[in-house]
Design a protein around this ligand. Structure first.
Ligand SMILES: Nc1ncnc2c1ncn2[C@@H]1O[C@H](COP(=O)(O)OP(=O)(O)OP(=O)(O)O)[C@@H](O)[C@H]1O
Ligand SMILES: [Mg+2]
Length: 460
């Protein structure tokens, strides 16, 4: 998982554990260093005395006598003592630990106490000069390194460590949650907002905290309110303009009819053209008003049980008629019939908009396929209608915007069609008002495939 929650949680916990380890090291190691520092003179004195005696004994009576003498000290101290000659040989007959020889030579060359491997396998060594003038090193080998000693964990230690880990883990978990929960809330609000739910707000959910995240939440709410107001104003303006255009357009049509009666054949051509453009304008106004009505006023749906295939059949027949001019056929396949509660005008207009698009983009001589069937998920059944053409399809990056009002994918045919990019927005609204879904994808063999799913009553 790469979530912010996990990152914060692990980072804080790691920091706490690191602090814990550092504390243990400081408390364990530095007192030991201080102890050694203070005890140094005592060590030195004792080592020097034992060394001097050992050297005399060795010179007088040999290796065995030395070993006997040093073994006595070993037994009472649990340390181990080594005597090493100036040439680096062990005089006691015991094996020397790894670094001992080098340390001994270093001790004899220098003077004073020499330490090695304090942390893991400590060796402490000083130089001895016998009465005969021979130099030796006497070396103390400690059984356990200081680090090993202080870190040899007992069950008590482990329990304390575990308690510290659990306590710090719980606190870090709570803290990471505290930081990331409102971010999650914000994230889901932003997602809903971007999907068109302009009413979403977060301050209530984030609660009474007073930090940067809470401020971010308040700023989000302020922004959302502002955008919602602007969007509503924009929609209202569009609706009002469309509405206001209707009356002059009606008067224009009346005037056109009167002019047509008095015009000669040459002028009639132009009057017909004006008539066509006025029709397009009138269509656009109707679409704007339809969408605006669907989006804002939430009209009560005129629900009644309707056989879906009858509606689709009628749309398919009309489309087939229109398609004749371009030798395009419309093939409607009913895999499963179904009856559902719907506002048939709205659903017909949704299907019609999609089928008209398909027909417009279908290449000359090709066909448009419409398939009706029933799909089931775990807990619901849907009537499914798939409308597929064999045209150019839509660029993948434009697919997500097809159902936005006034969106056009920029196909050359768009310019010629004179459409406004409202058909699919109207279809989307009509389908979602029936709690259904509409989506589009490019088909594998080319062409756009639009799927409409409408929930079925259990009775149908
Ligand atoms: N079957 C299709 N194949 C390719 N592109 C399509 C298809 N259907 C829709 N589009 C693209 O999606 C855009 C939006 O379609 P929509 O139906 O909303 O608007 P329109 O058809 O351009 O205008 P209107 O439907 O308002 O008259 C179209 O402009 C077109 O670019
Ligand atoms: Mg259209």
């Amino acid at each position: 998982m790469r979530t912010l929650f996990l990152k914060i949680f692990l980072a804080f916990w790691a920091a706490v554990v690191a602090a814990l380890v550092a504390t243990i090291i400081v408390t364990a190691f530095f007192p030991a260093q201080a102890f050694i520092f203070q005890a140094k003179n005592y060590f030195t004195f004792n080592l020097a005395t034992a060394g001097k005696m050992g050297a005399e004994l060795y010179e007088k009576s040999g290796s065995e006598a030395l070993d006997g003498f040093l073994r006595q000290i070993d037994t009472i101290s649990s340390f181990r003592l080594h005597m090493i000659s100036a040439q680096g040989e062990a005089l006691r007959g015991l094996d020397l630990p790894g670094d001992a020889r080098a340390l001994a030579l270093q001790t004899i060359a220098a003077s004073g106490v020499q330490f090695k491997n304090l942390a893991t396998h400590p060796l402490i060594s000083i130089k001895i000069t016998s009465d005969s003038g021979q130099h030796y090193a006497i070396m103390l080998e400690l059984p356990v390194g200081l680090v090993n000693y202080f870190f040899s964990l007992t069950p008590g230690h482990l329990l304390r460590l575990l308690a510290a880990l659990i306590a710090s883990g719980l606190i870090c978990f709570w803290f990471a949650r505290y930081l990331t929960m409102p971010i999650k809330t914000l994230q889901s609000a932003v997602r809903k907002f971007s999907q068109g739910d302009l009413t979403v707000r977060v301050s209530k959910e984030i609660g009474p905290r007073q930090d940067e995240i809470a401020n971010l939440g308040k700023d989000f709410d302020a922004m959302a309110t502002q955008i919602e107001t602007l969007m509503h104003a924009h929609e209202r303006l569009l609706r009002d303009v469309a509405h206001e255009l209707r009356s002059p357009l009606t008067r224009l049509n009346v005037a056109l009819e009167i002019s047509r009666k008095h015009a000669g054949p040459e002028v009639k051509r132009f009057i017909d053209r004006i008539g066509q453009e006025a029709d397009k304008l009138s269509q656009l106004i109707t679409q704007v008003l339809t969408l605006s009505r669907l989006e804002n006023a939430e009209p009560a749906l005129q629900l009644r049980p309707v056989a879906l295939e009858e509606i689709v059949q009628r749309v398919a027949q009309d489309a087939a008629f229109e398609g004749q001019t371009r030798q395009c056929s419309v093939v409607f396949t009913i895999q499963q019939k179904c009856v559902l509660q719907m506002d048939s005008n709205l659903i017909r207009s949704a299907i019609e908009n999609v089928v008209r698009n398909a027909l417009r983009f279908a290449p000359v001589g090709s066909r448009v396929d419409i398939v009706q069937s029933v799909q089931s998920t775990l807990d619901q059944r849907f009537a499914q209608i798939i409308i597929r053409d064999y045209g150019p399809g839509v660029a993948p990056e434009a697919l997500g915007n097809l159902f936005q009002p006034f969106f056009r994918a920029g196909h050359p045919k768009d310019r010629a069609s004179g459409g406004a990019g409202l058909g699919l927005a109207i279809a989307h609204r009509a389908v979602t008002m029936h709690l259904g879904q509409i989506s589009a994808k490019n088909s594998e063999g080319g062409g756009l495939s639009v799927e409409i799913l409408l929930p079925l009553d259990s009775s149908s």
